[in-house]
Ligand binder design. Structure first.
Ligand code: HEC
Ligand SMILES: [Cu+2]
Length: 349
C-alpha cells in the first residue's frame, strides 16, 4: 500500500520559523504563563545583566555573524548555480570531472580554520565562566525540587524558596543540586546554564551588574510543572543584602492574634508541619518550601503567582487546581479553618 503523503501545512511553517526566531531573540514566550498581577523583567541572552552574561553574549555575536555569513553565502551560491547552470533545451550531457585538489583543500581548510577559531573562543569563554572550586564556600545552595527551588545560605540559618536574594557587584558562588530529577538552572541574562543533578553538585560563578529583579526558568524537562518552575533572583546592594540575611535568619515571631493562633494549631495538627518548616516552631518538614518568612515574599509557587491572600486561599483550598500535579494534598478545610490558616500564614513576615 502506498503510504499517505504527509501534507505540509504551508501557511503554518513560516509562522513556526518566525516564532523560533522570536524565541531566540527574546525568550518572551516563557512569560505567557505569567500572571497579569506579576510584573516581569526582561530576560534575554541579548541583554546581559552579569559578567557571565556579557562573556556569553560576545561569543554568541561571533557565532551569529559567522553562521549568518555562511548561510547567506550558501544560499547565494545555490541560487546562482540553479539559475546559471539550469538545464536548457537541447543540452547535452555535461563534461564529467573527477576531483579538484584546490577545491578540496579550500573546502576542508576553511571550515577547519573556522572550527579551530571557535574552539579557541569557546574554551576561553568556559575558562571565564566555569569556576575553579577548591575549598570555596558557596554563597548560596540551590536545590531543584519538583517544582520549586529550595534556597539556603551556608554559614547562616537562612532557608527560603524561589526568591533568591544575592548581592550585586560581587562574585558569588552558586552550588547547584537536585533532590529528585534533573533540573537545569538558566537565567538567560546571566549567561551559562547549569544542570542540577541528583546526587551530584555543580557550581557557577555569578557577578550581577546591578541591583534589580531578574528572571529565568528551569530548562530541563522535569515533569508536569516544568514550565512553571520559574527562578527569581533579587539582586541587592551589599547593605540591603546583609540586612535581608539578618532578617531572614530570624525565627518566626510569636503569634498574638487569636485567629492566627487557631491557624497555627491547625498547621501543627494536620500534616502541614510534616512537609513544611517554620523555624522557631515544631514544623520541621522538608518536602515543601520553608514558610518561616512566607509573608515577606512577593511570589508563591515558584514565581508563578503573586503572594496575595486570594492566591494563597485558592491554593490551600485546592492545591492541584492551582498547580496541577503539585506534591501537596487537598485537605478539604472548611471556611473557618482556611481563614485561620491564612491569618497564621500572614503572620510569617
Ligand atoms: C505532602 C507534603 C505537603 C503537605 C502535607 C503540605 N504541603 Fe504545602 N507545599 C508542598 C509542596 C511540595 C509545595 C511546593 C509547591 C510548588 O511550588 O510546586 C507546597 C507549597 C505550599 C505553599 C506555597 C509556598 C511557596 O513559597 O510557594 C504554602 C503557603 C503551603 N504549601 C502551605 C501549606 C499548608 C498550610 C499546609 C497544611 C494545610 C500544607 N502546605 C501541607 C507540600 C506539602
Ligand atoms: Cu525543573
Amino acid at each position: 500500500m502506498v503510504p499517505e503523503v504527509v501534507k505540509h501545512n504551508w501557511p503554518e511553517s513560516p509562522k513556526c520559523l518566525l516564532s523560533t526566531f522570536a524565541f531566540l531573540f527574546k525568550l518572551k514566550y516563557m512569560q505567557n504563563i505569567s500572571q497579569s498581577d506579576l510584573k516581569h523583567t526582561e530576560n534575554s541572552i541579548f541583554s546581559p545583566k552579569s559578567q557571565g552574561g556579557w562573556t556569553l553574549y560576545h561569543l554568541d555575536i561571533y557565532f551569529i555573524i559567522a553562521a549568518s555569513f555562511i548561510m547567506l553565502l550558501v544560499i547565494g551560491l545555490l541560487i546562482y548555480v540553479a539559475i546559471k547552470y539550469r538545464a536548457k533545451p537541447n543540452d547535452t550531457e555535461p563534461k564529467q570531472r573527477n576531483g579538484n585538489r584546490k577545491m578540496e583543500i579550500f573546502m576542508v581548510g576553511i571550515p577547519f580554520i573556522m572550527i579551530s577559531f571557535f574552539f579557541f573562543l569557546t574554551v576561553k569563554t568556559m575558562k571565564q565562566t566555569e569556576p575553579v572550586v577548591i575549598n570555596r564556600k558557596p554563597t548560596v545552595v540551590i536545590n531543584g525540587r519538583q517544582w520549586w527551588w529550595q534556597v539556603s545560605y551556608p554559614g547562616t540559618k537562612v532557608v527560603t524558596a524561589n526568591e533568591i536574594h544575592l548581592p550585586a557587584n560581587r562574585k558569588v558562588l552558586l552550588k547547584l543540586t537536585s533532590s529528585d530529577v534533573i533540573h537545569d538552572w538558566w537565567m538567560p541574562s546571566f549567561g551559562p546554564k547549569m544542570d542540577m543533578i541528583p546526587g551530584s553538585v555543580n557550581y557557577l560563578w555569578l557577578n550581577i551588574d546591578k541591583p534589580g529583579i531578574y528572571e529565568g526558568t528551569c530548562s530541563e524537562f522535569c515533569g508536569q510543572q516544568h514550565a512553571k518552575m520559574r527562578i527569581r533572583v533579587i539582586a541587592q546592594t551589599e547593605e540591603n543584602y546583609q540586612k535581608w540575611l539578618t532578617e531572614s535568619a530570624k525565627e518566626a515571631t510569636q503569634i498574638t492574634d487569636p485567629i492566627a493562633f487557631v491557624g497555627a494549631s491547625i498547621f501543627q495538627r494536620t500534616s502541614c508541619a510534616g512537609c513544611h518548616q517554620i523555624r522557631g516552631t515544631d514544623a520541621k518538614g522538608d518536602v515543601g518550601p520553608d514558610l518561616t518568612h512566607l509573608a515577606s515574599r512577593k511570589t508563591i509557587l515558584s514565581g508563578t503567582k503573586a503572594n496575595t491572600k486570594e492566591n494563597l486561599y485558592a491554593f490551600i483550598s485546592n492545591p492541584n487546581a492551582v498547580k496541577p500535579g503539585v506534591n501537596m494534598p487537598n485537605f478539604h478545610f472548611n471556611k473557618q479553618e482556611k481563614a485561620a490558616l491564612l491569618a497564621y500564614l500572614n503572620t510569617l513576615k
